[in-house]
Design a protein around this ligand. Structure first.
Ligand code: URA
Length: 451
């Protein structure tokens, strides 16, 4: 049984630096010391440094970068801005994906790992930019409560070994403030800033090991594989400095993961995958990530044995039962597992067809996420409510041959959305889809592994 306790965030920086010289120092590409970084973050979080000076510092970091030690100090400062959970034992393992289109792997890998004996403490995010969010997707299930407080979170992890909540105000409040600024100052895609943002939250939730899924391609924040590799290395090095086990897979995000893009339809695809009927890419990535979690937890000695165990958790139905338990214990309607009509679903289906014959060469995958937002399946404003019942279901993948007029994907939408659907069709044909007259190789899914 895990014996968890809350630790109050330490507030240690007593130095008295000046804001302007520190921004100037980073602007010139010089290193900041641990004390300078901690002082800056603490004073910003306490409201003593205004947004405009923090924005200048973020842009200086974006342009000049940070070395491993500075990134670790930034992570530490953001971690210490809030509460930290601690769990003894080495079987508390989480997974983090950098986000993409149709990425529902958490709903599959977490029950698989949990059924195999891993404790999985998931604090997940909502949709961000063009990407969908795990917390939004699970809320398609009526009654599912993603707002447990940290005490309930710990209790549930102890009891059931699997818990899934959204970001809480107690975890890394500095990240919450800084993230909102980065979102509006074009400073999101910076390796040290992403590393500190992700790691401060993962370290605070008390996992002893982390499996990273770093996405690369047209639907990822890191479009180029070399940038994804740099982020993977930074996350692994930072994990090591905090004495956490870490492994990173660099995976393709040039097309949606699986076939479903939306909310209810992604939950259905996840359940089907847990029943052993999932699409190959989603099944393979979920099994691989779950196997790394099982291996990292020390439950199996080799990755190969862990993969075998992960597959057994699906074929035996144990992983599906874990998912049912997760839904039930967090207040959700677990009957959706056997009856998909209990999920919200829009009433009309329209097929989007190939304008000419050819091979599918490329999708501008980020735009697919933005087109879903047009239907109400994403937020344009923070206060927007997600429509769980709209979505896309892809019939074709990169490399597939299509005839003129053949369906590439189906849109599920409301009857009053015909004009939006017509606009989506035009944008898809003009800006998203690239067809080639010559054969195109299918996309590789797992590109690299770093540990
Ligand atoms: N996800 C995060 O939590 N933070 C980032 O900066 C980017 C992706």
């Amino acid at each position: 049984m895990i014996n968890a306790h809350l630790k109050e965030g330490k507030r240690m920086s007593k130095e008295n630096f000046q804001v302007y010289p520190l921004i100037d120092k980073k602007k010139k590409g010089e290193r900041l010391t641990d004390k300078e970084i901690k002082w800056f973050i603490q004073n910003y979080t306490d409201g003593k440094i205004p947004d405009y000076q923090m924005s200048a510092m973020l842009m200086a970091i974006f342009l000049k970068g940070m070395d491993v030690a500075e990134t670790a100090a930034l992570t530490d400062a953001m971690l210490e801005s809030g509460e930290q959970l601690k769990f003894p034992g080495k079987n508390v393992i989480d997974k983090h994906s950098t986000g993409g289109i149709g990425d529902k792997a958490s709903f599959i890998l977490a029950p698989i790992a949990s059924a195999a004996g891993v404790k999985v403490p998931m604090i997940a995010g909502r949709g961000l930019g063009h990407t969908g969010g795990t917390v939004d997707k699970i809320e398609a299930i009526k009654g599912f409560n993603t707002a447990l407080d940290l005490k309930e979170f710990q209790k549930k992890l102890n009891q059931d070994g699997l818990v899934l909540i959204g970001q809480t105000p107690e975890i890394a409040p500095a990240d919450r403030l800084i993230y909102a600024l980065r979102d509006v100052t074009a400073t999101v895609d910076s390796v040290p800033l992403i590393t500190a943002s992700i790691m401060s939250k993962k370290l605070a939730e008390g996992a002893n090991g982390i499996v990273f899924d770093i996405k690369t391609g047209t639907g990822a924040f890191m479009r180029q594989t070399k940038d994804a590799r740099a982020l993977a290395k930074s996350l692994i090095l930072t994990s090591k400095r905090f004495k956490k086990k870490a492994v990173a897979l660099i995976t393709d995000m040039n097309q949606p993961l699986g076939r479903a893009v939306g909310h209810s339809n992604e939950i259905i695809e996840s359940i089907e995958t847990l029943k052993g009927n999932g699409p190959k890419d989603l099944t393979d990535i979920s099994l691989a990530l779950a196997a790394h979690m099982i291996h990292q937890a020390g439950i199996e000695k080799t990755y190969e044995k862990a993969l075998k165990k992960a597959k057994e958790m699906v074929s035996s139905g144990k992983a599906l039962e874990e998912f049912r338990k997760l839904i039930k214990t967090q207040g959700g309607d677990e009957k959706v597992i056997d009856d998909y009509s209990r999920l919200p679903m829009a009433e009309v289906q329209t097929e989007i067809k190939a304008p000419k014959a050819g091979y599918i060469k490329m999708f501008d995958n980020a735009k697919i996420g933005l087109l879903l937002t047009e239907l109400g399946g994403g937020r344009k404003f923070k206060t927007d409510k997600i429509d769980f019942g709209v979505g896309f279901d892809f019939k074709k993948r990169i490399g597939d041959q299509v005839k003129k007029g053949e369906t590439i994907f189906t849109i599920t939408h409301h009857a009053h959305q015909k004009d939006i659907v017509a606009k989506i069709n035009t944008t898809f044909q003009k800006e998203v889809l690239t067809l080639s007259a010559s054969k195109v190789k299918a996309q590789k899914l797992i590109l690299e592994k770093l540990s």
